[in-house]
Design a protein around this ligand. Structure first.
Ligand code: ATP
Ligand code: MG
Length: 420
């Protein structure tokens, strides 16, 4: 062991588990790539004010969880705690919303950083797949994103998750609700921090995870009873589209989310096998965000799915992904000349797109065959002096145990055909 360890709240992804992680990431992104979303990549850090304004000054993310730094040049930066503000910033900066038709549909994949209290499923460095549909108000777009996330989780074999759905209203009806909620909350017995939150962002008090707070919230007014006609109709349409597509959801009138910028549709995917870190993904509509960061009005909707927690959800459900072995052919040379010959065959195989590996060093046949077994390769190629004298290599099927001599010059092509 070295003197160093991964920083608190982080972990390393190592083989073989890292293969599952990669496959999960690919599976979460796959439905987006087939649905008109283009890939976007933004820097790992941004001007700190982008998040302060975009995510919200009163959110936990901004007040407690951001990694901030001042550069030698005096710039105030933050490691990105989430993706939406950065992606919208990038789209505005490149004027994507002025080119071609709206919405601008983008997806991303990357690392995010939050200074959290580390626990299972809650890390200081984690990974998300995200999607944003920018510049369009259409309930079908909200429904599309929920359908695609549902499809992504199902494609992995996950079943024990639920979709929670709510509407947060808009700038017409939310203020009325906000006041009603504030009135209610001010009558409760709350600690000072929470009382301050009642003044700044009362909706987020609904999101308080503490039992003693939740108990007092039983009779809190619900946003659903305050929605204006436009929001009500919009929400009805989203719900109907989901129902028509056979995606079941639960109405959760208390669902608010940690970020300030949401409006109307808001949703969360929760997995029941994950204990208190149950949210595997979430998102919603953020019609006001563009203006909050200095852009034009661009109503938008998006989500972010947590890759780490999705992997934990698979474990909780006992789902193992059927991953192809990373090596199809493993070459075991016996002797110097065989090394050169088989190295050539392996190179040929790799160039032909066959995953092949090689027993390096001189650990003897036993060690080499062990490595071949561990590699998961379907076939091994073994060659010794006698084989080479006859111009052949031994091709062994690791499943059946069957072994045949194949001319060296035909080995690569024979394997390519067997594996096709
Ligand atoms: P939570 O309520 O659990 O803190 P959140 O509302 O802060 O979640 P979002 O900002 O919506 O989460 O991020 C989307 C997804 O990213 C979450 O549903 C979760 O799966 C994942 N995620 C968020 N924070 C973390 C973290 N610290 N560690 C691991 N995954 C995370
Ligand atoms: Mg959080």
């Amino acid at each position: 062991m070295s003197t160093f360890q991964a920083p608190k709240g982080t972990y390393d992804l190592l083989p073989p588990d890292s293969a599952t992680f990669l496959a999960v990431r690919d599976a979460l992104a796959a439905p987006l790539r087939h649905s008109g979303y283009g890939y976007v990549e933004t820097p790992g850090f941004e001007n700190v004010d982008l998040f302060a304004r975009g995510v919200g000054e009163s959110t936990d993310i901004v007040t407690k969880e951001m990694y901030t730094l001042t550069t030698k040049g005096g710039d105030r930066l933050a490691l990105r705690p989430e993706g939406t503000a950065s992606v919208l910033r990038a789209a505005l900066e490149a004027n994507l919303h002025k080119q071609g038709a709206l919405p601008v549909k983008l997806w991303y994949s990357g690392s995010y950083y939050r200074y959290e209290r580390p626990q299972k499923g809650r890390y200081r460095h984690f990974s998300q797949i995200g999607a944003e549909a920018i510049g369009m108000e259409d309930p079908a777009l909200d429904a599309e994103l929920i359908v695609l996330a549902d499809q992504a989780y199902r494609s992995l074999g996950l079943r024990d998750f639920r979709i929670l759905l709510n509407s947060l209203g808009d700038k017409e009806c939310r203020p009325v609700y906000r006041e009603a909620l504030q009135g209610f909350l001010r009558g409760l017995d709350l600690d000072e921090d929470t009382r301050r939150r009642v003044d700044i962002n009362p909706l987020r008090v609904l999101d308080d995870k503490r039992a003693e707070v939740q108990r007092q919230l039983a009779d809190a007014p619900l946003l659903g009873d305050y929605l204006c006609d436009a929001c009500r109709a919009y929400h009805k349409e989203v719900r109907e589209l989901l129902t028509e597509e056979g995606v079941s959801f639960e109405d959760d009138g208390r669902l608010v989310r940690g970020l300030d910028y949401y409006s109307r549709t808001t949703f969360e995917f929760v997995h029941d096998g994950l204990g208190s870190q149950s949210a595997v993904g979430g998102g919603g509509r953020y019609d006001g965000l563009s203006e909050m960061i200095g852009g034009p009005a661009l109503p938008s909707v998006g989500w972010a799915l947590g890759v780490d927690r999705t992997v934990l959800a698979l474990e909780a459900e006992g789902v193992t992904l059927d991953l192809p072995p990373s090596t199809s052919v493993f070459a075991v040379p016996l002797g110097e000349e065989a090394r050169r010959v088989l190295f050539g065959v392996v190179t040929q195989l790799r160039r032909a797109g066959v995953a092949a590996d090689f027993a390096y060093g001189s650990r003897g046949v036993k060690g080499a065959m062990k490595a071949a077994n561990r590699s998961g390769a379907r076939y091994t190629l073994v060659a010794g002096e006698r084989d080479l004298a006859e111009g052949v290599v031994q091709l062994k099927d690791m499943e059946s145990g069957e072994q045949n001599a194949v001319p060296v010059s035909e080995a690569a092509e024979a394997l390519r055909k067997l594996l096709a």
